[in-house]
Design a protein around this ligand. Sequence first.
Ligand code: ATP
Length: 480
Amino acid sequence: MNESRTILVADDDRAIRTVLSQALARAGYTVRATSSASTLWRWVEEGTGDLVITDVVMPDENGLDLVPRIKRIRPDLRVIVMSAQSTFVTAVKAAQRGAFEYLPKPFDLKELLAVVARALSAPASPVAQEGGEAEGERLPLIGRSPAMQEIYRTVARLTTTDLTVMITGESGTGKELVSRALHDYGRRRSGPFVAINMAAIPRELIESELFGHERGAFTGALARGVGRFEQAAGGTLFLDEIGDMPPEAQTRLLRVLQEGEFTTVGGRNPIKANVRIIAATHRDLRQAIRQGLFREDLFYRLNVVPIRLPPLRERAEDIPLLARHFLDRARASGLPAKQLDQSAMDRLRQHSWPGNARELENLMRRLAALYPQEVIGGDSVHAELAEAEPLADPETRTSETLEQAVERHLTTFVAAQKDGLPVRDLYERVLSEVERPLLRLALAATRGNQIKAAAMLGLNRNTLRKKIRELDLPVVRGLS
Ligand SMILES: Nc1ncnc2c1ncn2[C@@H]1O[C@H](COP(=O)(O)OP(=O)(O)OP(=O)(O)O)[C@@H](O)[C@H]1O
């Protein structure tokens, strides 16, 4: 069945050429092998071969440089890159230039054959559009800023290990995307990638979601439930918004990380944990630890390799690339093709992007969907950004939690005091700042009914009355 497929192999190491040729021939492929990039290029130009396997370092040319050239003349010819320099920079480069797969040497022949089979059976990629970023189409992560390069390097180093990773970064900076890249390029890529968001699951269900449960473990547990740890066996478990994990689940997770095994809720037999863990959060976990909301020992277990994703405003040079990438994606999802002119790019760079890459992505989709002209100018971008401004405004951004908002205000407040009078009674003053609007809102919501307001706040009626007096809040009698 493989007879008709020809594989072009380029490697200056004769031993590797021999081993590869034999293994591929045994699997039924026709093999042409060469020690030079120039011969490989000639074969490609002649239109021969169904797949290329090339080394990076060859005497006449770097195999990686060949990949974009191959893609240009034969976009559907897949290229597998092998390299002895197992830094992931090579892997990222290989991916960036359009290689189908990257194999660090030494590799297992079985693995190579599996990759070859995949490369030959994967559906053809969509034909690159003129002017579009053909190379970028399959790139997992976009951005050439130094900050992103640093991320690539870290991700690269991590591909050959199963180390636990902690990704931090504001909402929309690409935490989930990076965790996917870690999986897709890592040792466990043929296993499952399972994500669970701690903030999206009712607290009381988190443990059973994570570890599974036995039949009858709790009301409603009618059958045995498989947890994410079990689902992710052999692969990666992505624990999103780890900062929102309830304390009991934290304790249980810590035990699993220490002991390498877990038990289901209501179960007794320990099950071996076989997952690589990647955790992510937009919260400041060190602060959560200080507040007693996050276990310090768990933090250290998870924070083995920290990756901090910079907000988009710290890498404005990536905005044009990302914008084009998102327009390409919008087009791929059926929206009309668009381009941005220089004034549009300039306007994009001025924005502060509190919603980061996600905000940019949404904006590109809106522009593609709403504007009839093919080339979008700065005015249109400005109009759309102004439209979204109330949301983008840090004062009202929806993704910001109360705690973050308070912290932002306090930081400004404390910074403002530095050279002025020393701050006194800070604790009291800050608390009264919070109490005042809280009580006002509770009173407004209950139309001035202090009994209802006290119940809503969980305060004793007399305490509320006293506080109203102390804070000098206006007492408005209810209308009804
Ligand atoms: N460097 C990047 N290159 C390409 N796309 C990106 C990049 N960073 C983010 N994106 C895209 O932006 C969107 C948001 O990214 P993602 O969901 O990974 O962010 P997040 O940090 O996990 O957000 P949240 O904390 O809100 O869950 C996704 O559609 C993702 O594909």
